[in-house]
Design a protein around this ligand. Structure first.
Ligand SMILES: Cc1ncc(COP(=O)(O)O)c(C=O)c1O
Length: 344
């Protein structure tokens, strides 16, 4: 359902607002000083998250960006390279944190969809060594944001990660929307995470919490991440008030299938009118990318007309818009989008 002011916000799944139940849980949370490791709500969330993804330990962090940064800088040294796709969130949308703070550089694979093949890793390893920077890590993003929430195939992750591991690379999974991949494929989070050493996932995306992400991995890596989180100013105190909302969000992860259903309905509705505007094969989770070439008006014009109708949508390039479904939009809001498209 749209927000109380009637606005249906499809810009991102980060826009959800805490439910009444979440706010109650936050108010009632049992808390302590987490910098001393004494917040019971945080401790139990960290234990639960680590168990869900099959890792030894976990660290609650304020954002997915911090989770990614810590996952990389704990496992690579300044001057090392991290292999990722050129459209990776960690490379393009995290303010250059890994290079600026960790001294790492990215080696990129040309892939619009988040896929990295075993041959990409083999080629990068060949160009690593005395005359080249050392390649230390492989980074996955699943689901892959830039391509519209597509799922990186599990088998591909397995094969590519095996090549990386055999060459001694560490592997980090940016699972900001890992639970969307799980909902779309039925493959367990621990199964995806088995092909990485560290995984971060976000409570603040489709899961619907107001804040928070978590980095999971081997106990020694998480201990180092805890140290570095504090160095970055990310040591939080009675943060159980936030962890309580995150725990509820995690409990409700089965509802992500509803968001995927809604995205599909939206994609199909758009294609019924403008067949070239959406590649339905790309609508795998909670995002729909609309290509301007398939529309009779520019994407800027469509965005403006939607805004006039109280519908917000994000632009991801000069010629494409991205609709993201989440807990705070519903079938009626999808209908509002299709009504506007019907007037073009
Ligand atoms: C794939 C991906 N990774 C990481 C992040 C970073 O999360 P945060 O905004 O909490 O820093 C995002 C945010 O949208 C994302 O989409």
């Amino acid at each position: 359902m749209a927000f109380p002011d009637g606005v249906a916000d499809f810009r991102s799944d980060t826009v959800t607002r805490p439910t009444a139940t979440m706010r109650q849980a936050m108010a009632a949370a049992d808390v302590g000083d987490d910098v001393y490791g004494e917040d019971p709500t945080v401790n139990s969330l960290e234990e639960e998250a680590a168990a869900l993804v099959g890792k030894e330990a976990a660290l609650f962090v304020p954002s997915g960006s911090m989770g990614n940064l810590l996952g990389l800088v704990t496992q690579a040294r300044p001057g090392d390279e991290v292999l990722c796709v050129e459209t990776a969130h960690v490379r393009n949308y995290e303010m250059g944190a890994a290079p600026a703070i960790g001294g790492l550089q990215f080696r990129t694979v040309a892939s619009g969809s988040g896929e990295i093949r075993p041959s990409d890793v083999a080629a990068a390893i060949e160009q690593s060594g005395y005359h080249f920077p050392r390649i230390a890590m492989l980074e996955w993003e699943n689901t892959h944001n830039w391509s519209g929430g597509t799922v990186v195939p599990f088998e591909l992750m397995r094969e590519t990660s095996a090549v990386a591991r055999s060459a001694g690379l560490r592997i980090h999974l940016d699972g900001a929307r890992l639970w969307n991949a799980v909902a779309a494929t039925g493959i367990g989070a621990h199964e995806y995470a088995a092909h990485a050493d560290t995984v971060q996932f976000c409570f603040s995306k489709g899961l619907g919490a107001p804040i928070g992400s978590i980095l999971c991995g081997p106990a020694d890596v998480i201990l180092e991440a805890r140290f570095l989180r504090k160095r970055l100013g990310g040591g939080m105190r009675q943060v159980g008030v936030i962890a309580a909302a995150a725990a509820l969000a995690l409990e409700s992860r089965d509802r992500l299938g509803d968001d995927h259903f809604l995205a599909r309905k939206l994609g199909e509705g758009i294609v019924a009118r403008f067949p070239e505007a959406v590649s339905l094969g790309q609508v795998q989770t909670n995002m729909v990318v609309v290509h301007g070439e398939g529309l009779p008006v520019g994407t800027g014009e469509l965005q403006a007309r939607l805004a006039d109708a109280g519908v917000l949508v994000g632009s991801i390039s000069r010629h494409s818009l991205r609709f993201v479904t989440h807990r705070d939009v519903d079938q009626r809001d999808v209908g509002r989008v299709l009504d506007v498209l019907g007037t073009l």
